[in-house]
Unconditional design. Structure first.
Length: 376
């Protein structure tokens, strides 16, 4: 008997949408010229990159010249954080962030703290949200940047970005959001959010791995991380990949259609209702009940180890919220920061749904769980 494969790990990565691969295909064989060259062999690539830039810009509601292509979400975050520090060093030495950011924020900040930058980590409540009043209280005259993720990768909680950005701007501080998980799942208009920088990652929105972008608001200049020839308006040196840009552009165009996300939300809610019906208080939801990504269900199987549940779920790709280190289970830093009790948090499993998820798949997983999980 072959095991049925069910993919419920879309927050980790998405498959490439067939329309995206179709758009990329001509750039594998043709359009090989260097986009910076001035002859016939480069024109196709150059035009395609600029079209892709405008597609990405449209997905976040900005001008094309405010988009810089990067190698992904991590690089976009590094460019925002280090680019501000390197450029505006004399203006301050303090950055505010949250305690539940992705390592792609935490690690560059750890690096910057070795260079003398002070970092404040805002706490979150039990649902994973920051309090804008805590942010207000953390601001100092030396604060140069505030970076708060739009939506959390593990529990899906959406932050009050508009309010936080307002606090930043009341004090003349630049504001960055890591939107790697939110673009394509919820609206991410940079003007509605009020942000100065926004990071996005291609492989979270049905584009290939290895491409992403940073929105940099007009009038703000950053120190590039990679110096060289003047690609990307001097903000990211290196010959551009039309192949990857076109993939991201097409994915960004598809990401503007939220109809697919409505059905994903319906499936996700059905999943949770079925678990609740079967297991009652033996399952607990991690994350905000409402301010949460429509595809994310982080659920704790109380009294069990998430990794063990996952190991028994035949053919199901999902992620656990706890890690086993030398025999004992450690909560993820996100669940820990949310104050989730150990016996609840250690049973956490993150299911993240996507465009390809079907009702039948969810019902199959629920049926499997009914066999695996015996509530205490
Ligand atoms: C919130 C968040 N930020 C940044 C990243 C990093 O993106 P990339 O893998 O494209 O570097 C991820 C990927 O897991 C993420 O979930």
């Amino acid at each position: 008997m072959t095991t049925r494969r069910i993919y419920l790990d879309y927050n980790a990565s998405t498959p490439i949408d067939p329309a995206v691969s179709a758009a990329m295909k001509p750039f594998l064989a043709d359009h090989y010229g260097n986009p910076s060259s001035g002859h016939w062999a480069s024109a196709g690539a150059k035009d395609a990159i600029e079209r892709a830039r405008s597609q990405v810009a449209a997905a976040v509601g900005c001008h094309s010249d405010e988009i810089v292509f990067t190698s992904g979400g991590s690089e976009a975050n590094n460019l925002a954080l280090k680019g501000v520090v390197y450029k505006l060093r004399e203006k301050g030495d303090h950055i505010i962030t949250t305690s539940i950011e992705h390592p792609a924020i935490l690690e560059p900040l750890r690096f910057l703290s070795r260079l003398g930058v002070r970092v404040t980590f805002l706490p979150v409540d039990g649902t994973g949200r920051v309090d804008p009043d805590d942010l207000r209280a953390a601001v100092s005259p030396r604060t140069m940047l505030i970076s708060i993720m739009h939506a959390n990768n593990e529990v899906g909680t959406i932050q009050p970005i508009e309010e936080c950005a307002r606090v930043a701007h009341e004090h003349g501080i630049l504001f960055h959001t890591d939107a790697a998980q939110s673009v394509g799942k919820i609206p991410t208009d940079v003007n509605q959010l009020g942000v100065d920088f926004l990071s996005l990652a291609g492989h979270k929105l049905y584009a290939p791995k290895g491409v992403g972008a940073l929105f940099i608001r007009r009038g703000i200049s950053l120190e590039p991380l990679i110096h060289g020839a003047g690609h990307e308006s001097g903000r990211h040196a290196g010959t551009e990949s039309a192949l990857l840009a076109v993939g991201l552009g097409k994915a960004a165009e598809l990401a503007r259609d939220f109809d697919a996300m409505d059905s994903v939300r319906t499936l996700r809610d059905h999943f949770w209702m079925e678990l609740k019906k079967r297991f009652g208080d033996s399952v607990a939801l991690n994350g905000h009940p409402m301010h949460r990504l429509p595809n994310t269900l982080n659920v704790s199987f109380v009294g069990r180890i998430g990794a063990e549940i996952l190991a028994q779920l035949d053919g199901v790709a999902a992620t656990t919220g706890s890690a086993c280190h030398s025999g004992h289970v450690e909560l993820s830093p996100v669940l820990k920061a949310m104050g989730v009790e150990t016996d609840v948090g250690m049973g956490a499993v993150r299911f993240s749904l996507g465009r390809g998820t079907t009702l039948d798949e969810i019902d199959t997983v629920v049926a499997q769980l009914s066999h695996i999980f015996e509530p205490a």
